[in-house]
Ligand binder design. Structure first.
Ligand code: ANZ
Length: 849
């Protein structure tokens, strides 16, 4: 409203906050319980957008709330400032990624200050500062010492556009997550972190987060880790010395194996083809070339026609000695399990599709029509006491025969055609089959994971240099700890254009070093680390950001960790959260932290969209955070967003009313102005109806905030402001103690959403700053009882009943109550009601026919 200079109020309080730093987290002498509130830190790629506006608003609401509730709150901010956006922007503009990055950081910092977020600004960190990334290097070496960082050559995801490798997590639908270019496979020697060693713990510990993290995120993590339980089974291969192992979740179906499949792009396939006929070799080569153009995702698509080449080689089934023809087919992946499968077409759909395409036998070994509970059917035995096994013949009805229907029998059932396993249910048969394999030395219980080790080498400049040295005689040794950090060289004279090898390799002076053991000439590792390394532990660095001697103080970690409330976009549901969980567990094992999960609770905020569409530069529908901030002021923006809907829902900017929010804030401020003097008031003398509204808000808001129902709290604040205004206008006026009480409570609760307006109100009401630090007022329980009134029910003009009802009852509810009241029914004595007139909450008037 025109009466208030929103920007002047905003600047006034921001200046005071900056001067006095009231939101700095308490130190050793602070005995209050602690809360660690964290919003995912931003990339400094350009200006902040509306998604950031949402993220930092929500974390600020929570941080402010816990301060009012008597907690020592840590709410830090930093910048995830290494990475491709800066490097690509630098290449495009011929600039220094450093300058670009830090200029953006300055701008984003200014925006966040202007937004009134109660950060502890003394702890700001940037991951591209040497005193941050030094500890990435420390972490790398700690992992290296424990065998958790290692090098291997393997086919990696390669982005031909960005000319760098990508982690599996960074390939989305076969394309580069950043630029959308189709990803290809390339064989390279790279550094990996052995996250697979933590697969079981990463999976099992998700259970303890149930109820505290979004279920969807837990499910995504479970699927990503993808644990399968079953058996490794060794098959002899005719004409090959060593056995070949396959992983199967269904060792119970071993008797139903009718062929054997290897991944065409595996070493084994090449070897088996090489040992076959010239025609097979040729057919195989042709096939392999085609396969290499298909993405893993497409290879697993169930609706894709099955293709393959018979290698004219044979595997021997360890359970019955049968010869199984070996095929190379692309539905089997080289890097899952062991890259080879025993095919059981009757009970696996992919195998069945393949068998039908190439006319291979289908043998049913699980009768899915047999009851799996109750008595086990009698199994006929032959003279020797062996179960009668009908020779691989079918004994299920034709209408179920997979060879006929094309539908694999994957359900429960009882084993048939399977020797000693006959009659068993699936679960028992799996256990028994594993026992048999183990006894024969041809198999064992095993687990397989979809999760792969984390590839962390990047052939780019703007990242943490890998702190290793390659000696002339081929050793790879850590840079001595006292020589860390290995700082990035100046970008001057370096060509950053992606060309497949790290630009640092060309920084001759930088890359040349000495073998720390022998003093002989050596070269630095020219690659830099995936920036997800930086964000995998940043929440710990906030605890002692200036520490020059260690990555974080263990004592501070014990006090603050784990993060109590973490909030960010769902786009980080897998990568960042999985890596942070892994590194936390690794640090736990090294004895550096006492907890095994980094984030006790997690919220994913929805997206801010515009007119139903995602905002993007290319669509030209970007709403710019800084512009909105300048146009409406921080508080109207904050209240508009907080009121727009539930935290997790997408919010359409077109529906966000900053104008409505500004009007509401002006009304609240005006109320404070109306009661500006600070008399000695006796609350109890105040208007009881208004006091009830005030105290109900005090009582309800804490649970609502904890459930992140921020929009509901804003609605309740609006209600309080309206009722307060009505009381001023009608009752005892602004002098009523209840009005003053309502204004004070409004200021305190409004602090969560509109901190500048709240401080201004608080000051007008005659208090010293800061309302942001005042303890939450306790609700008076006697004011929480429901407000009731007496309603009368008339029938044909005569009062027949009185009802005790809520003062807030609506007409429909009141009428329904009256219609079902016993006294009313008795008076009606069966007569029909022709007309009902209801004036809630006081009168119901029925007229009978
Ligand atoms: C025999 C069998 C019989 C199988 C049956 C399934 C059902 P999940 O659950 O995804 O882990 N498999 C093993 N390695 C593979 C690879 N590299 N590429 C494609 N498929 C592979 O699946 C495990 C099952 O997938 C394994 O169990 C194997 O087929 C197949 F009635 O073995 B099964």
């Amino acid at each position: 409203s025109a009466a208030f200079d929103v920007h002047a109020i905003q600047e006034k309080w921001q200046r005071l906050w900056e001067q006095t730093d009231p939101f700095r987290a308490g130190g050793d002498d602070d005995t209050r319980p602690r809360k660690y509130v964290l919003a995912m830190f931003p990339y400094p790629s350009g200006d902040l957008h509306m998604g950031h506006a949402e993220n930092y608003l929500y974390s600020d609401i929570v941080a402010r709330f816990w301060r009012h509730r008597g907690y020592n709150v840590l709410n830090p901010i930093g910048w995830d400032s290494f990475g491709l956006p800066a490097e690509n922007a630098a290449i495009k503009r011929g600039a220094d990624p450093r300058e670009w990055t830090y200029a953006n950081i300055d701008q984003q910092k200014a925006s966040l200050r202007q937004y009134g977020v109660s950060f502890d600004w003394s702890r700001v960190l940037h991951t591209s500062d040497p005193d941050y990334y030094q500890w990435n290097q420390w972490l790398f070496q700690q992992l290296f010492e424990r065998g958790l960082a290692y090098r291997k050559e393997s086919p990696v995801n390669w982005c031909p556009h960005d000319q760098t490798v990508l982690a599996n997590e960074q390939v989305v639908d076969g394309r580069c997550e950043r630029c959308g270019t189709e990803v290809v496979k390339k064989k390279l020697t790279q550094w990996y972190f052995r996250i697979t060693e933590y697969a079981d713990r990463l999976l099992d510990d998700l259970n303890q987060l149930e109820g505290f993290w979004p279920h969807k995120v837990l499910q995504m993590q479970r699927n990503w880790i993808g644990r399968s339980v079953g058996a490794d089974i060794d098959f002899e291969i005719e004409g090959r010395a060593d056995k070949v192992t396959v992983f199967s979740t269904r060792p119970d179906t071993l008797h139903g194996a009718t062929f054997f499949v290897v991944a065409p792009d595996s070493d084994l396939a090449a070897e088996l083809a090489a040992g076959s006929t010239p025609e097979v070799r040729m057919r195989f080569q042709d096939y392999l070339e085609k396969v290499q153009k298909v993405t893993d995702i497409d290879r697993q698509a169930t609706d894709r026609p099955k293709t393959g080449v018979f290698l004219e080689r044979y595997a021997i089934n360890p359970i019955n000695g049968e010869r199984l023809p070996i095929w190379a087919a692309d539905y089997v992946l080289a890097d899952y399990g062991h890259g080879a499968v025993m095919a059981v077409p009757a009970h696996d759909q992919r195998d069945l599709d393949f068998a039908r395409a190439f006319d291979l036998p289908v043998r049913v070994v699980v009768d899915t029509t047999a009851p799996v509970t109750g008595a086990i059917p009698v199994i006929e035995l032959d003279a020797a006491g062996e179960p009668i096994d009908p020779e691989g013949g079918l004994d299920v009805a034709d209408e179920l025969d997979p060879a006929v229907t094309g539908i694999a029998l994957t359900g429960e059932g009882r084993l048939i055609n399977s020797g000693v396993l006959d009659g068993m249910n699936k679960r028992n048969a799996i256990a028994r089959a594993i026992e048999l394999l183990e006894a024969a030395g041809t198999g064992r219980a095993a687990k397989t994971y979809r999760l792969r080790d984390w590839l962390i080498s990047r052939q780019r400049f703007w990242g943490t240099p890998i702190p290793m040295v390659h000696t002339d005689d081929g050793r790879i040794v850590p840079v001595p700890a006292d020589q860390l950090p290995v700082e990035l060289p100046s970008v001057k004279g370096l060509d950053l254009t992606p060309k497949g090898s790290s630009p640092l390799g060309a920084a001759t002076e930088w890359v040349t070093t000495v073998d720390p053991e022998t003093g002989e000439p050596a070269r630095r590792d020219p690659d830099t680390m995936d920036t997800f390394v930086d964000s995998s532990w940043y929440f710990l660095r906030f605890l002692s950001p200036g520490d020059q001697t260690q990555p974080f103080s263990q004592r501070e970690a014990d006090r603050w960790g784990p993060v109590d409330f973490y909030i960010g976009g769902v786009e980080h549901a897998i990568l960042h959260l999985l890596y942070a969980r892994f590194i936390t567990k690794a640090l736990y094992d090294m004895g550096h932290v006492e907890f095994t999960e980094p984030f006790s609770s997690l919220i994913n905020q929805g997206m801010v969209i515009l007119n139903g569409a995602k905002m993007s530069k290319s669509k030209g529908n970007l709403v710019l955070f800084q512009q909105e901030l300048d146009a409406h002021g921080a508080d109207a923006l904050r209240v508009g967003l907080a009121f727009a809907g539930p935290v997790e829902d997408d919010k359409d900017w077109a529906d966000v009313s900053t104008v409505g929010a500004a009007k509401f804030l002006a009304r609240a401020l005006r109320i404070a102005g109306d009661v500006s003097s600070k008399p000695d008031v006796v609350w109890a003398d105040g208007d009881i109806a208004l006091r009830r509204v005030t105290h109900r808000l005090l009582a309800d808001a804490p649970a609502l905030v904890e459930q992140t129902k921020f929009n509901v709290v804003v609605a309740r604040l609006m209600e309080l402001v309206n009722v307060t205004r009505k009381t001023i206008d009608s009752g005892a006026g602004a002098a009523d103690p209840a009005v003053r009480e309502a204004a004070e409570v409004t200021a305190m609760v409004l602090d969560l959403f509109a901190p500048h307006t709240a401080e201004e109100m608080w000051s007008i009401l005659g208090y010293e700053p800061f309302v942001g630090l005042v303890p939450w007022r306790q609700a008076d329980p006697t004011l929480l009882v429901e407000d009731t009134v007496k309603a009368i029910v008339q029938i044909d003009g005569k009062v027949r009943a009185t009802l005790e009802v809520s003062a807030r009852i609506d007409a429909a509810e009141l009428e329904a109550m009256a219609r079902s009241d016993e006294r009313v029914l008795r008076s009606l004595a069966g007569r029909e009601i022709a007309r009902a007139v209801v004036r809630a909450p006081k009168v119901v008037s029925f007229t009978t026919a």
